[in-house]
Design a protein around this ligand. Structure first.
Ligand code: GDP
Length: 564
């Protein structure tokens, strides 16, 4: 059976998820807000480093009409690599600042592409970014298949059942058999695959892809810099022209297509929207091949902005009042200015310039004065933003990751956790008179989410907790450059941390007396247990079954001074 084309899916589910097809099915007129929301597609690209994420990003922008020539994103990437001492800092900030969000209009839709740091040491940042998307494109290197970071990122997507479109890249190289790649994705990532296109040949003999839905072959022509819009299309798998052109490759393709049509599951939009099945495309990003199909899939299949858990209730994207949350903080690139940009995902309503909103954590009003939209090449003042859009709000530290802004209603968007770090360092300034500065710097970097900061109860040591080694390097370099603190970072002799909750005051007091040497507080004053090794943690948990030991906590969430 042919995979289903767009428009042939279950409308009830589409309606329940606010898919635009539903609006077509309903005859009632939609207001302008609903129409604008329906046109939004907000997605991120995930991949193991080097699979081709940067290249694909660039080509999507090229085909989306957002940039004229390829090379922009790549140039930024190589510029980031070119620096020496600053390399990792620049790299991280380069990713974050110059290309972290890109908005462009394509085929009547407004697309928000969110960049995710590829390096696993910044996986917390990636996790936070993925909380702000409605879909993801997964890039797989066809020579390497599913790699370590792909597995981790997909696990993150799975937490929210994010719909995934798969792009199997680098077909112009000697790569693995397509069927074995599909099998690997299905078994390792536990997601069903629905091939939409299928490659004919590979490497030097890569001839193109067969479009299984439209029963036609799109012929491959290389060419890096310009949009190759006029790829030749040959209709029908039995077309004699195909046999004449590709006598060596056609028998295998016909075999594969027969097999796929009889044995593989057709594309199923509800299964895709539920994150259970992924449509799979083959191509070569660097050759502009297969990129337009990804854009088309994003527009036809990827969901528009979805309802979000606002704490007390679900918030619909088409509700009038403006709401949203901060998922990322970026310090100003210019160290003379201490202001920051909060990346804010709009969840409902409409942003209008200089509007007043309620800052839920601080319980006070805030004017959204200096707000930006990030285009592919530039930042512009935001004039208008609706659900799905990402705006950048300038602020001086009032906004933190996880903060919710509304027009008054008491809401708190959920789902951005801190993970218990696995690596620890004790920070102390070389110059003891700089202790205050160190504390201030770490506090601010902690709020930004660059690192987690704890203060031990005994000795008031400042402890840095990270998920990856590079985080320490970034923080050390930034403390030196932005806060002028030269610090020493010693091994802390800590293996892991747990946030603590207590059933009552007595248990808290007894526990604190028993375990004083292992106690600390995080940046928000929450109690934390720091374990020198796993065994110690296990013993503590066994001995204190009444105490809650938590491996994650939500941003912005105060643990009521440890009360459960
Ligand atoms: P990222 O680390 O995932 O962002 O990967 P990049 O986009 O930087 O690509 C990594 C390397 O693979 C670069 O040298 C690219 O030029 C190369 N590359 C990307 N796409 C393709 C492709 O389709 N074919 C080939 N042969 N190389 C590619």
């Amino acid at each position: 059976m042919l995979p289903k084309g767009p428009g042939t899916y279950n409308c009830a589910l589409a309606r329940s998820r606010g898919h635009p097809a539903a609006t077509m099915a309903q005859s009632t007129p939609q207001d302008a807000l609903a129409e604008d929301v329906g046109r939004r597609r907000t997605f991120g690209i995930i991949s193991h480093p080097d699979a081709g994420k940067t290249t694909l990003t660039e080509k999507l922008l090229l085909y989306g009409g957002a940039i004229q020539l390829a090379g922009t994103v790549k140039a930024r990437k190589s510029a980031r690599h070119a620096t020496s001492d600053w390399m990792e800092v620049e790299k991280q900030r380069g990713i974050s600042v110059t290309s972290s969000v890109m908005q462009f209009d394509y085929a009547g839709h407004t697309i928000n592409l969110l960049d995710t740091p590829g390096h696993q040491d910044f996986s917390e940042d990636t996790y936070r970014v993925l909380t702000a998307v409605d879909a993801a494109v997964m890039v797989i290197d066809a020579a390497k298949g599913v790699e370590a970071q792909t597995i981790k990122l997909l696990e993150v997507c799975r937490l929210r059942d994010t719909p995934i479109i798969t792009f199997i890249n680098k077909m112009d190289r000697e790569v693995r058999e397509p069927l074995s790649l599909i099998e690997e994705i299905e078994s390792v990532l536990s997601i069903d695959c629905a091939p939409i296109t299928w490659p004919i040949g590979m490497g030097k003999a890569f001839r193109g892809v067969f479009d299984l839905r439209r029963d036609r072959l799109v012929r491959f022509t290389g060419g890096e810099e310009r949009r190759s819009e006029d790829a030749e299309v040959i209709e029908g798998i039995d077309n004699p022209r195909l046999t004449a052109l590709f006598p060596d490759e056609m028998p295998a393709l016909r075999n594969d297509v027969d097999l796929l049509r009889s044995a593989s599951a057709p594309f199923d939009l509800p299964a895709f929207l539920a994150g259970k099945q992924s449509p799979v495309f083959f191509g070569s990003g660097i050759n502009n091949f297969g990129v337009q199909e990804i854009l088309a899939a994003l527009i036809e299949w990827a969901p528009p902005p979805q309802p979000r858990d606002g704490g007390p209730r679900m918030v619909e994207p088409t509700e009038k009042p403006f709401t949203g949350f901060v998922f990322k903080i970026q310090a100003n690139m210019d160290p003379r200015h201490r202001d920051r940009i909060a990346f804010f995902r709009v969840c409902s309503g409409r942003y209008t310039p200089a509007m007043k909103v309620q800052h839920q954590r601080m319980g006070r009003e805030m004017k959204l004065g200096n707000v930006m939209t990030f285009m592919a090449n530039e930042r512009v003042q935001s004039e208008d933003a609706v659900a799905g859009d990402i705006i950048g709000i300038h602020n001086h530290g009032q906004l933190q990751i996880g903060d919710t802004l509304t027009e008054g209603e008491a809401l708190g968007f959920k789902g951005i956790p801190y993970f218990a770090p696995e690596m620890f360092r004790v920070a102390r300034p070389r110059d003891p008179f700089k202790a205050k500065q160190l504390q201030k710097g770490l506090q601010e970097l902690g709020e930004e989410g660059a690192i987690q900061v704890f203060e031990s109860v005994i000795g008031n040591n400042l402890l840095l907790g990270a998920v990856g080694q590079l985080q320490f390097e970034v923080v050390a370099a930034r403390l030196a450059a932005e806060y002028k603190v030269d610090a020493l970072y010693d091994e802390a002799g800590i293996a892991t941390a747990r946030w603590l909750t207590y059933p009552d005051e007595k248990v808290r007091r007894d526990f604190e007396r028993d375990r004083a040497a292992s106690l600390a507080t995080d940046v928000d004053g929450n109690p934390v247990y720091l374990a020198p090794n796993r065994f110690n943690l296990q013993v503590a948990m066994e001995r204190w079954p009444q105490v809650g030991f938590h491996a994650t906590r939500e941003h912005g969430q105060r643990m009521a001074h440890g009360r459960a």
